[in-house]
Design a protein. Structure first.
Length: 444
């Protein structure tokens, strides 16, 4: 995932968002927040915490549901604004809005049921010898104010009112959002909806705050503020690890729940390749290029043992990729980082370019790319395993199953691992993944 911030303009009158398709500043300037605003937001969250965590499960569930209703009330203006700032198509953003509302409803339902508290009760044993045992009770409690960092590639579902915000509010924790600078106007609209829900439910204003600004100073100050009790982050490995380091360096370290970069290995097993290698190649390109490759589950690494089936896969993938149109990426900064990553692979002595998609004609349009290397080269150069955020993937040709397993062992933890297999293939999976997709694609 990417969290490149060079996508907006800071002018004397505020913070300007950029229209993704044209690269032109658009919309009214938004306020640029600074360290004083971080202090004020954290102070308000601290004041609100005691009252907010004392609310009933039903009251918090109603609040989270009300947030969803307020977002729906924003109507088409929200979709149009998100389209302008992100370059994402209408259908995708309408679906993402539905996902956002669904997440809010999910957490509201969880709160109402009460199971989230994890209640455990061991009754007293007054007659136990040699000593009586008191009544013992265990339950989950809210930690305190939570800092949430919005993601660039999901301006609704993983941003201001995304899953991190929804879960923290549902648990009784005030939230301070560091909005992503790629979509400040979208974030401001959603923040307004949340604040409307706060007012409608009679909650303290400090239950929610939304801060916006370019660069890293704002986020650093937020994570280091002693009143923040936990951090939720979705973005790049570098950004996430930087926040983890700051959180661990505090006098009292706090948890950072980070979803960071992932290359989502796809394993093509021999029988599947023999039976449908060409079909797999075509389907792979569809998954690779979906949304300009800007999904956190994008298939960035393909592993297979060499053979005729793999050759058919490569030929079909190359043909499909040549016809793949360039697509507008989220921001100019993300596009520049993608181009840099693709160029690094294309110029690598141990990497062969299989095919590239059509060249873009517009601003910040990413050209899809598929590369190839050997397992021996991949194992000898860690840089080949780095994420290139966008529609780029690397095929690793292996000489044996043992070599394939060796590559999987160095792939680190991943969000997904995909296995394309037929009845004659032995099941294989990497335990370092969260989500294993069998006979399908991670972005589909």
């Amino acid at each position: 995932m990417a969290d490149v911030f060079s996508v907006n303009e800071v002018q004397d009158d505020g913070f300007r968002s950029i229209e993704a398709a044209t690269g032109v500043a658009a919309g009214d300037p938004s306020v640029v927040h600074g360290r004083d605003d971080v202090d004020a937001a954290c102070a308000a969250a601290e004041v609100a915490f005691d009252a907010y965590r004392a609310t009933t499960n039903e009251a918090r569930a109603d609040f989270v549901d009300r947030i969803g209703a307020e977002i729906v009330a924003l109507g088409d203006d929200l979709i149009a604004t998100a389209m302008r700032e992100s370059g994402l198509p209408r259908a995708r953003l309408e679906g993402e809005r539905g996902r956002t509302i669904g997440q809010l409803k999910l957490f509201a339902d969880v709160v109402r049921r009460g199971g989230w508290m994890g209640l455990r009760i061991d009754p007293a044993l007054p007659d136990r010898v040699p000593l009586p045992r008191p009544d013992l009770r265990l339950r989950m409690i809210p930690l305190g104010p939570v800092a949430v960092f919005g993601a660039s590639n999901f301006p609704l579902a993983f941003s201001t009112a995304g899953g991190d915000t929804a879960s923290a509010l549902a648990a009784g924790c005030p939230v301070v959002v560091k909005g992503h600078p790629a979509h400040p106007a979208t974030g401001a609209m959603v923040a307004g909806a949340i604040n409307a829900a706060v007012a409608a439910c009679g909650l303290p204003k400090g239950v929610f705050s939304h801060l916006v600004g370019p660069g890293n100073d704002l986020g650093s100050a937020l994570v280091q503020d002693p009143r923040i009790a936990a951090v939720g982050f979705t973005g790049s490995r570098a950004g996430g690890l930087a926040l983890v380091k700051l959180a661990q360096a505090r006098e009292i370290p706090i948890p950072v729940y980070a979803e960071m970069s992932s290359i989502n290995p796809v394993v093509l097993l021999p029988e599947a390749l023999k039976a449908r290698g060409a079909a797999l190649g075509t389907a792979f390109v569809g998954s690779l290029t979906m949304g300009a490759g800007q999904f956190c589950t994008n298939p960035g690494l393909v592993l297979a043992v060499e053979g005729e089936g793999l050759d058919a896969f490569v030929s079909a993938a190359a043909a499909a990729l040549l016809d793949a149109p360039a697509a507008t990426m989220l921001t100019g900064g993300i596009h520049a980082a993608y181009e840099q990553g693709v160029q690094a692979l294309a110029s690598h002595d141990a990497v062969k370019t299989i095919a590239q998609g059509k060249v873009g004609e517009g601003v910040a349009q990413g050209q899809a790319a598929f590369f190839e290397t050997t397992a021996a080269q991949f194992l000898s150069d860690k840089a080949l395993g780095h994420e290139v955020f966008g529609a780029s993937s690397l095929l690793v040709r292996c000489t044996s199953e043992d070599e394939l397993h060796a590559v999987l062992r160095v792939a680190e933890g991943q969000l997904t691992a995909t296995i394309q297999m037929d009845a004659g293939d032995a099941a294989a999976a990497s335990p370092a993944s969260i989500w294993i997709v069998a006979v399908s694609w991670p972005s589909a």
